[in-house]
Design a protein around this ligand. Structure first.
Ligand SMILES: Cc1ncc(COP(=O)(O)O)c(C=O)c1O
Length: 366
């Protein structure tokens, strides 16, 4: 056997342990005493309508799913005011990032991203033995000008994660739109809007307008994993010009979206109430976090998503100490930020628990 030599250099993603195992080790009776705040999920859970639809769909699981996602695509297209031909679904938006690798990356190619952007871009670049050009951020925010300047003749795509995970920052909408107009036509611009529905409404860019107007080299990525509370279903989507969508369709498996995901997402799209509640709970949570972090003198990056990046001192140790109190947080040393941790904003009681634990670990560290 001769595996592709670069494969062993693709970093392995470190999965979290099952919650049941963590609870058992901490001597907790069940997982309800844990606050899982490491993966930017929606603590309100799935939409109740989606739960009912998935329960109903369970009896049809002997059938293969609709490989074209006909109804889901139609409904989403209507909601976004684009055509179904503008949409492609992935097994999570992560899978679409991999499709992009299949279609565009290889040993001669590079992609441009920010240094502290979502890790999966780097992983996919490594998977296809491409070069990932990582541009330093300015004050934890994308330096769009420097990113554009980093483009070379070998650049196939440039990815802007907006809001950015793990920093939580966004770029101003007009700045982003103006910047898109300056990118060479032969470079694909990918804007990852995984947290779009959690962003403050007044700073959401309207990039769909560019897609509707026919921008040929722009792709937006979104997901049902965050505000929709359906991370376990693995469902994300791309919106782009039909020619780009057709191209990526060549890279996917025929049944990449399972039938349960299609049923749940169809119903979730009908539940604006759940989406609004998720948004409101998140906004209240952010206000709570930013107030107590300011009062406690814990440095943090003001967020536009559903998580907060904060500097507690020693990320690994701090996350261990938080875990001892039942709080599963994410240390950021993998992003070159060994003093920083990231916590997902939750429901009020969970936020209170995180506050108490954070105050304890930061006060006793001083
Ligand atoms: C910026 C960003 N993009 C994409 C994803 C992946 O989302 P999905 O669950 O749709 O694969 C995440 C998940 O954390 C994310 O933070």
């Amino acid at each position: 056997m001769k595996p592709n030599p670069w494969i062993k250099n693709v970093p392995l993603y470190e999965p979290g342990r099952p919650l049941e195992e963590v609870a058992r080790e901490l001597g907790l009776p069940d997982i309800s005493a844990l606050v899982k705040t490491a993966s930017n999920e929606n603590e309100l859970g799935p939409s109740p309508k989606a739960i009912v639809a998935m329960q109903q769909a369970a009896t049809s699981m002997h059938r293969y799913p609709d490989g074209a996602c006909f109804y889901l695509k139609q409904k989403l297209a209507e909601k976004l005011q684009v055509t179904p031909e503008h949409i492609l679904f992935g097994n999570g938006s992560n899978e679409i990032i991999e499709f992009l690798g299949h279609a565009f990356l290889g040993p001669e190619a590079n992609m441009v991203v920010s240094e502290t952007a979502f890790v999966v871009y780097r992983l996919v670049s490594a998977l296809f033995n491409a070069t990932c050009i990582q541009v330093p951020m300015q004050a934890f925010t994308h330096d769009l000008r420097a990113m554009r300047a980093a483009i070379t003749p070998q650049t196939q795509m440039i990815v802007v994660c907006n809001p950015n995970n793990p920093t939580g920052t966004s770029v101003a909408p007009e700045q982003l739109t103006n910047w898109i107009a300056t990118i060479p036509a032969d470079v694909l611009i990918v804007i990852d809007e995984a947290y779009y529905e959690m962003m403050p409404i007044e700073i959401r860019p309207d990039l769909l307008a560019l897609i509707r107007a026919g921008q040929p080299n722009l792709m937006i990525l979104r997901t049902f994993s965050k505000a929709y509370g359906l991370a376990g279903l693995r469902l994300g989507y791309a919106i782009a010009a039909p020619t780009l969508i057709t191209l990526l369709n060549h890279t996917r498996q025929p049944f990449n979206i399972n039938a349960m995901a299609q049923a749940g997402a169809l119903a979730a799209l009908d539940d604006d109430e759940h989406l609004t509640r998720s948004y409101d709970v998140n906004q209240e949570g952010i206000a709570f976090f930013e107030k107590f972090l300011t009062e406690a003198g814990i440095p943090f990056v003001p967020t536009t998503a559903n998580f907060v990046l904060m500097k507690t001192g020693d990320a690994r140790t701090d996350c261990k100490r938080l875990l001892a109190q039942g709080i599963i947080a994410r240390p950021m040393q993998g992003y070159g930020l060994p003093e920083w941790i990231r916590l997902t904003v939750g429901k009020p009681l969970q936020n209170q628990k995180m506050r108490t634990a954070l105050l304890e670990i930061t006060l006793t560290a001083q």
